[in-house]
Design a protein around this ligand. Structure first.
Ligand SMILES: [Mn+2]
Length: 237
């Protein structure tokens, strides 16, 4: 049964509550099971507000490999929030390996911390480079290398069983779902990506994150959330 995690600031809380009703109306969930961050039950599908909620879900599930589809890498290290939860999860040993697909921001350009080179592989949406042993190297990215190559590389790195987390801000700005900066993917691309991930991996559990009040007034956003959730339910193990 899908769990709706009521977390984050007021705009996120509003977003999750709205999406819960939306998915019920669409017949995609039978009842609304809403919980607070401290009461997360073991399940396989979650809808959450602030992306930092994924930390609590992973801690609860004990899944150590994560595939994150996100416009941001969420690898900041200043304080715990939606922009740093993955770095904290890696540091705290909640997550062993993570791959981020579709990032446009916060992409590391140097190998200063071992965390990024050992535990993380980033596959940006667009061409990007980083410095490896004094030389600039290109990241494998969606635009130049394609979805198939990116998924193969992620699969090699993570193994077969994963938790899949989707930050809805990975979609282009016109979808207006998340509070902060959106990324580069169209809904079509996101749905194809989910489809291909479903073939290559066993998705043990998943979550959809960074919903906010903006989705209430966004026709494209509502449609994107409904279709993304429904596709995830189809491809899940
Ligand atoms: Mn995120």
């Amino acid at each position: 049964m899908t769990v709706f995690v009521i977390n984050g600031e007021e705009p996120n809380v509003e977003g999750v509550k709205y999406v819960a009703k939306l998915l019920k109306r669409e017949g995609l969930v039978n009842e609304i099971r809403a919980v607070k961050l401290e009461d997360i039950p073991i399940d396989y599908s979650y809808v959450i507000g602030d992306h930092s909620g994924t930390y609590a879900i992973l801690e609860r599930l004990g899944v150590k490999k994560v595939l994150s589809i996100d416009a941001h890498t969420d690898l900041m290290q200043d304080y715990f929030d939606h922009a740093s939860w993955l770095a904290y999860a890696l540091k705290d040993g909640i997550v062993e390996k993570a791959s981020i697909v579709g990032a446009v921001l916060m992409i590391p350009t140097t190998e200063k911390t071992k965390l990024w080179t050992k535990g993380v592989k980033v596959f940006p949406a667009l061409p990007r480079t980083r410095k490896v042993r004094g030389k600039w190297k290109a990241y494998i990215n969606l635009k130049q290398h394609g979805m198939g190559r990116v998924i193969r590389e992620a699969r090699k790195f993570l193994g077969r069983e994963i938790h899949l987390t989707i930050d809805m801000d990975v979609l282009r700005p016109e979808y207006r779902i998340a509070r902060f900066q959106h990324g580069e993917l169209t809904l079509r691309e996101l749905l194809d990506l989910i489809e291909e991930i479903g073939k290559a991996f066993r998705i043990v559990s998943f979550d959809i994150a960074e919903l906010s009040h903006r989705v209430i007034k966004s026709k494209y956003g509502r449609r994107a959330v409904v279709e993304t959730f429904s596709r995830l339910m189809e491809v899940r193990a």
